[in-house]
Write a protein that binds this ligand. Structure first.
Ligand code: NCD
Ligand code: ZN
Length: 443
């Protein structure tokens, strides 16, 4: 007798759709079978002919603990994740205090262990002087480099140190993850912005311009070519970055884009005001189109949210002191399913970009695919449900979305983590999220 059977599903295998059911034993997928061959189980769930996708792995979230649990905590962040079809998150190190020593990592582990519903892993933060910690590092998804100032003040603005750190990570086979914006340029133009009378959200986006990002991408592409390390470039947002990446991409380089750069542009700044403030900023329609073309072309490896919740009150300040960052974990999958429904994105590409590739890039064991022996992390989506994103329906503690009011067709209805039904048409079942295991832990 199996623990769980999900029958009547259109199962998204990596290369084809299989009509049938998934069998789960001890939290793992133990069978993928035609409906007529399915065994008996303690629990049988009918997917009603809907798609069953591998659970999404969001490799870029800011769950704010320790230090800013008024914005998000691991319980609210987890609820938001599973409501959005996400079964694993990789959390960024710019918490307070930041995750920049082994002790801090252990402290974060203890907090998260008790509160997470979703499975999780951690990115570690590079600083100007934590080489010794990097050398000892294990059980992390990556080491994150903030090349310029953003939320959390964790910037590493020395190319020499970035290069030395890349060499250490190359030895240890741990990926480097970069927020690539050139610090000198960002600071120079932010200072100009301070001098401008009545500076607004549009000025912020204009001053923190494409060249800041492209210049930094150029630098890290070069440094990592020499250091021979694995490099993951976060939230690529401009035509210029894409051109550099196209010329220099090797199997060591992977590229991420966010839903906000795929769906919003400077035109949305009028509507969103300071709520639109994010690093890197919203870009032009030309940039947005180029990102979609790059997805089509296969240049982009991952779509991740950069879920960066901030309370309304910290957005409703003047543009210079307003917090930068957008929440996005609950809306990514519906936004993408809506594109699938419109015929603009293939469902196979969707699962590669949001599940299979993040698992591969961050060396996560037994996740990212519907396959026998893999964790039973999956999400049933109903491609016919059409409804509006509404701030009041969101699980995130910040309770707002830049997509409030958008009508989208295609929504997650049931989310399973290791065979547990955690999200079921709006209701949440509490389970204990567990930390992911890595293929090579570098130790
Ligand atoms: C992020 C945050 O708020 O933590 N903000 C953002 O604008 N993306 C930090 C970051 O990734 O830059
Ligand atoms: Zn981020």
């Amino acid at each position: 007798m199996a623990d769980l059977v999900v029958k009547n599903a259109r199962i998204l295998l990596p290369d084809r759709i299989f009509d049938g059911g998934v069998v789960v034993e001890n939290g793992r997928i133990s069978g993928i079978k035609c409906n007529t061959d399915l065994p008996d189980a303690d629990e049988i769930i009918d997917a009603n002919g809907n798609y069953l996708l591998p659970g999404l792995i969001d490799c870029h979230v800011h769950f704010r603990e320790p230090g800013a649990s008024s914005k998000e905590d691991w319980f609210t962040g987890s609820c938001a994740a599973v409501a959005g079809g996400i079964t694993t998150v990789l959390d960024m190190p710019n918490t307070q205090p930041p995750t920049i020593t082994m002790d801090r990592l252990e402290e974060k582990r203890k907090i998260v262990m008790d509160k997470a519903l979703v499975d999780y892993g951690f990115h570690f933060g590079a600083t100007l002087d934590n080489k010794n910690d990097l050398m000892k590092l294990n059980r992390v998804a990556s080491v994150k480099f903030y090349m310029s100032r953003t939320t959390g003040n964790l910037q590493v603005d020395s190319e020499a140190i970035i290069f030395e750190d890349f060499k250490i990570l190359s030895e240890k086979k741990i990926p480097a993850t970069v927020h690539a914006e050139n610090n000198d340029m960002v600071e120079y133009w932010l200072n100009k912005l301070k001098d401008k009378k009545d500076a607004d959200a549009m000025d912020y986006a204009e001053f923190r311009s494409n060249i800041c990002a492209a210049n930094a991408v150029n630098t890290v592409l070069f440094l990592s070519r020499i250091a021979k390390n694995r490099l993951h470039i976060c939230h690529v947002s401009t035509v210029e970055e894409l051109e550099l990446i196209r010329k220099n991409k090797t199997s060591n380089i992977t590229v991420e884009v966010t839903p906000h750069h795929l769906f919003l542009t400077k035109n949305d700044i009028k509507r969103l005001g300071n709520y639109s403030k994010v690093n890197p900023p919203l870009r032009s329609e030309r940039d947005r189109k180029a990102l979609w073309n790059a997805i089509e072309e296969g240049l982009i490896d991952v779509i991740a949210t950069d879920h960066a919740p901030h309370l309304k009150k910290s957005k409703e300040r003047d543009i210079l002191t307003a917090s930068a960052g957008l929440p996005g974990i609950e809306t990514m999958l519906p936004l993408l399913l809506n594109e699938v429904n419109k015929g603009r994105l293939s469902i196979f590409k969707l699962i590669r970009l949001t599940s299979e590739n993040p698992a591969r890039i961050f060396r996560i064991k037994n996740k990212g695919k519907i396959e026998i022996g893999y964790d039973a992390d999956f999400v049933i989506v109903d491609m016919d449900i059409e409804k509006k994103v509404r701030n009041e329906d969101l699980f995130t503690k910040c309770k707002w979305s830049p997509f409030d009011g958008w009508k989208l067709k295609g929504w997650p209805v049931k989310t399973f983590i290791r065979g547990n039904l955690v999200f079921d048409e709006g209701s949440i079942e509490k389970i204990h999220g567990t930390e992911v295991a890595y293929m090579e832990d570098g130790s």
